[in-house]
Design a protein around this ligand. Structure first.
Ligand SMILES: *Cc1c(COP(=O)(O)O)cnc(C)c1O
Ligand code: SF4
Length: 439
């Protein structure tokens, strides 16, 4: 077993302790803030999810650099995350100690204005099996099915820019979750075109290994499933999961079992900033995961104020590669929640991507981006060009609902301010973005 190669430290794990909005005031005592600023941050946390933990606070955040520290911005509320009038409204309620019911009602109203369910997230990709909608699965691209285990729909900490934020504030997104493993298995058997199963969340690694095993082992009985992926932010938010938690060795044993079955096991690690890869325990976690034969693939969004620089991305991809992991996707922040604050225009995003990409070794140029996970598919911004006198974006679909559209270049009118696919207009006086009229 891999743990023999890289034994866990003797002391076991520090105990996991989450911090919630109730702890926010105490945590912010470390930061010189005016009482107005403090109130504003509490107002944001009344509307959008807030959760962090002892590891993030004690090991990842550089408190001497707060409030600019990228990891502080990754998990702590910032005033710009809400439109100013909404922020003021909520701050006023908190200031005059309004009844809880009123705070909850206003929080709900503000959330509903933040496009909580973009791109048909809830409905568009739900497969049907024998007349039943399997609401804990998403099947958008023929070869890959996403599985959302019911017990994995939270995270060790919450990213301020999270696109699945409604489910963390109890806005009834839990329809995206399953514990019907038999139905999942039946669906996959009935769909031999599915070669890849992606277990995701939330973060499935908040589940104990025993529970995770209930979702993973049945996949190994299906010959047509050739790869298993686990989407996780645990390397960054709780690396002890792989090193010294009570069932860390069990987890690695499960990984070895998947690999021994002849399948590709990919840990799809959500990494936002190179600072997340610095602690020794993360490196140890990555070594232990790699020793099982699993491949670590790193992906994350480009977000303003956290990693919107070529330096951050070049270092991230270099470091990822040095540590034996594979850069995978650089995402564009989705059109939901605090996108107005974290979103980076596509034109600027592509400049950052290109500047970073051109600096790293070919080994790290496995990364694709910037990529929008939009209604028609995964749209990659390839660049900006001038064609027949018109300045255009050049784009292509890496994945598409309609596979015939994959890897065909198409164009959109250049727009310096466009931040999402739906902002794009056709180029060359065409009526539609080519091939996407159905989408
Ligand atoms: C990104 C994504 C996938 C996986 O796509 P790959 O290119 O294989 O990584 C599958 N389903 C959905 C809905 C996705 O957004
Ligand atoms: S890890 Fe993913 S699902 Fe969890 S808070 Fe961050 S972005 Fe959201």
């Amino acid at each position: 077993m891999s743990s023999a190669h890289h034994p866990a430290p003797n002391g076991g794990s520090p105990r996991f302790r989450a911090f919630t909005p109730r702890d926010l005031d105490a945590l912010l005592q470390r930061v010189p803030l005016s009482s107005d600023q403090r109130l504003a941050l509490r107002a944001v946390a009344a509307v959008l999810p807030f959760r962090t933990n002892t590891y993030v606070v004690d090991e990842l955040i550089d408190w001497t650099a707060v409030p600019d520290d990228p990891i502080f911005r990754l998990t702590f509320p910032q005033t710009g995350m809400l439109p100013a009038p909404d922020l003021r409204r909520m701050a006023d309620l908190l200031l005059r100690d309004a009844p809880k019911a009123e705070v909850v009602r206003v929080a709900h109203e503000i959330r509903m204005k933040l496009n909580p369910h973009p791109s048909g997230q809830l409905d568009a990709n739900v497969p049907v099996h024998e007349g039943r909608r399997l609401t804990g699965l998403q099947h958008k691209y023929p070869e890959t099915v996403l599985i959302f285990p019911r017990q994995g729909q939270t995270c060790h900490a919450y990213c301020t820019y999270c696109f699945r934020w409604p489910q963390f504030v109890g806005e009834a997104d839990l329809r995206i979750a399953t514990d019907d493993i038999a139905a999942t298995t039946a669906y996959l058997r009935a769909h031999p075109e599915v070669s890849s199963a992606l277990i995701t969340g939330g973060d499935p690694l908040v589940m104990s290994t025993d529970v995770l095993r209930r979702y993973v082992e049945p996949l190994l009985e299906i010959d047509t499933i050739r790869s298993v992926r686990i989407g996780t932010k645990s390397l960054a938010f709780w690396p002890y999961r792989f090193v010294s938690d009570r069932d860390a060795d069990d987890l690695l044993g499960l990984f070895e079992q998947v690999v021994a079955s002849g399948r590709h096991l990919a840990l799809m690690a959500h990494v936002t900033h190179p600072q997340e890869l610095r602690p020794a325990v993360v490196r140890q976690a990555m070594r232990r995961v790699r020793d099982t034969g699993a491949v670590i693939r790193c992906q994350g969004p480009l977000v303003a104020g956290i990693n919107d620089s070529a330096d951050a991305w070049a270092e991230l991809w270099d470091e990822t590669t040095t540590l034996g992991a594979v850069p995978y996707y650089q995402f564009v922040e989705r059109d939901t929640g605090p996108q107005g604050y974290f979103g980076v225009p596509l034109a600027r995003g592509h400049e950052i991507f290109r500047a970073a990409y051109s600096r790293v070794s070919g080994l790290a140029r496995t990364v694709r981006g910037p990529v929008m996970s939009a209604m028609p598919g995964k749209v990659c911004v390839d660049g900006v060009a001038e064609v027949a006198g018109e300045k255009v974006f050049v784009l292509h679909l890496i994945q598409a609902r309609n596979p015939d559209l994959v890897d065909r270049p198409f164009f959109a009118a250049y727009d310096e301010g466009a931040t999402w696919f739906t902002d794009l207009k056709p180029a060359f006086s065409a009526e539609f973005l080519p091939g996407l009229e159905a989408g």
